[in-house]
Each structure stands twice: as C-alpha cells, then as structure tokens.
Write a protein that binds this ligand. Structure first.
Ligand SMILES: [Mg+2]
Length: 310
C-alpha cells in the first residue's frame, strides 16, 4: 500500500493542534472536531494536544473548556505561551526560585510557579540589581494599568531579561479591533529603547518544540487555522502542517497563497478536521495527486501545486 493511502493522521506520531478556529469559535465547538480527534486517539492510537498563544488562561482552564465541549483532553495536553516563556527563562540562565515580574493575566503567574519561579506583581524599589527581579514576562491581560507597564520598563532598564508571550498588535473583540499584547509590548519598548529578548508564542517555533518534547513526539503534525502563526510556526519548527478553513482563513484567501514564502506554505489544506481520517494524498498540496482530492478544494490545491512547484 502506498503510504499516502493511509489516513493522514496515521502518518504522524501525534498532532499539535491550535484551539481557537480549529476546535472552537468563541463558545461554540467546530463541526467534526470532536469526532475526528476521538478517532485520532481511539482508533488511530495517536497523541494529540493543544498549543495556544492565549496567555490569559491557564492550561487547566483551557482543558476544562475543551472537556465541556466534548473533547477528551487534560491539562497535561495543553501548552500555552506563558509555559513557553517559563521554558525560555530556564534555558537562558534564570535560576529556579528567581523572582519574575508578571505583566498580564493570571495564566502567567501559574505557568511561572509551575516551572519553579517566584512570580511577583510589584518591584522592590530598594533592591539592586534589577529591583529584585531577574526577568519580566509580559502577556495579554485586560486589567493592565499604566503602573504595570512602568514597572516593566524600570526592571528592563535595570537589566532584567524581557520575554513577551506574543506580539499580536491587535485583538479582535465583539466591538472592534482593540490593542493586543504586541501594542502593550511596543509601549514598553518605546520607553526602554529596545524590543523583548524573546517572543515565545507562534509563529516562533518554541511552543511546538516544548509540546513535542513534553508529549514525546518525534514526528508531529501541526494543525491550525492561521498562516502567519500556526503554519509559519510549524514550518519553522521543521514540522509538517495542516491548514483548516474553520477559523480565520477562508476559501477566498487561498489563491493568495500562490505568492507565499516557503515558511508560510502548509503541507496540507482541508476544509475541516475530517481530513485527518482521509488518505493523506487527498489534501496534500505538493506531491498530491490531481485526481485524489475530489472535494471543493481540489482546484485550489492544484493551482498552488503548480505555483509552488516552479
Ligand atoms: Mg486559531
């Protein structure tokens, strides 16, 4: 049997899945997501877990939401961008027990604590060096105040390592586009005259690497709905990627992918997660077969195949 006749998910030892736009949209579960991932764990015997840039919620909160929607997943299968920040600090010489200034939501405190750091919300202005903190971790938090940004600036100016959980400039809300964490990071950056030492969220490959390591995956498939975060991040981590059209990327945006740089090209494109059970050749873009994917995306794939093949 040619390998591509096997179900797509069976060609990998696990899946690293984005949450928003892949598993749910706001409070609503995405069609076919629960059935497809139940099949992945129970029939195909593959691990799957969630990697999200969202810094506002702890893994246990994300897992609880997913369980409420019908997914069989626990907190050990959820990696958030603050966990990536904790990992970065550990890898860059910040000692266990070190005080770390938190700017953002409670998910950051929890991730730092779990990694053995001491998250604090106030600088010790009498303490040198760095006002008593070794690092600053900055992520989205709806209750952020000017005083929080000011403290971050003071600590960074005094030599603290500075890690941001993501650099998204905008945050879509029901009322319109609001400033995202990247805008708050730039506010601090304007004061200190430089940008963060690291950004841990997608499209940086760090979260994917942390997930693969924690879940013991050698050859995972990254699944997401955004080109500039999920697909780029997966490609940068050297992993194959599946783009699904259940979130921010619509069918009408696919032909623009002809111009995409190699790091923004998904290995597979599919309407939804049912593709995981279908033969891999059906939604593979390069080296797919013209006749195999007899769905509404077949034409787009062959267009991209010709454009990228040149
Ligand atoms: Mg998404």
């Amino acid at each position: 049997m040619h390998v591509d006749a096997a179900p797509l998910a069976a060609g990998y030892d696990g899946l690293i899945v984005d949450a928003d736009g892949v598993l749910f949209r706001g409070p609503v579960v995405v069609d076919h997501a629960v059935d497809s991932l139940t099949w992945v764990s129970e029939e195909a015997g593959r691990t799957w877990g969630v990697v999200t840039n969202n810094a506002a919620h702890a893994p246990s909160d994300v897992a609880a939401k997913l369980q409420g929607l019908g997914f069989d997943v626990d907190a050990s299968r959820v990696i958030t961008s603050p966990q990536g920040a904790a990992r970065y600090l550990r890898d860059h010489g910040v000692a266990a027990g070190a005080r770390v200034l938190v700017v953002g939501g409670p998910g950051i405190d929890e991730a730092l604590q779990a990694a053995g750091f001491d998250p604090v919300r106030e600088l010790d202005v009498n303490s040198a060096p760095g006002y008593g903190v070794a690092a600053v971790v900055q992520g989205f938090g709806p209750d952020l105040r000017w005083a929080d940004l000011a403290q971050a600036a003071y600590a960074i100016e005094a030599g603290a390592l500075w890690v941001a959980t993501n650099a998204d400039l905008t945050l879509p809300t029901a009322e319109g586009l609001a400033p995202g964490n990247g805008s708050m990071v730039q506010a601090v950056g304007n004061a200190v005259g430089r940008m963060p030492d690291a950004i841990t969220g997608k499209p940086e490959p760090l979260l994917m690497q942390v997930a693969a390591e924690q879940w013991g995956l050698q050859r995972p498939l990254v699944v997401g709905d955004r080109i500039d975060t999920d697909i780029r991040g997966g490609n940068r981590a050297g992993m194959d990627t599946l783009l699904v059209l259940t979130g921010v990327t619509g069918h009408d945006q696919l032909s623009a992918l002809r111009e995409a740089a190699p790091q923004d090209r998904p290995t597979y494109i599919a309407g939804d997660l049912r593709a995981l059970r279908a033969p891999a050749a059906h939604c593979r873009v390069l080296e797919g077969t013209e006749s195999a994917g007899a769905d509404e995306l077949a034409e787009v794939r062959s267009l991209l195949r010709r454009a990228w093949g040149d």
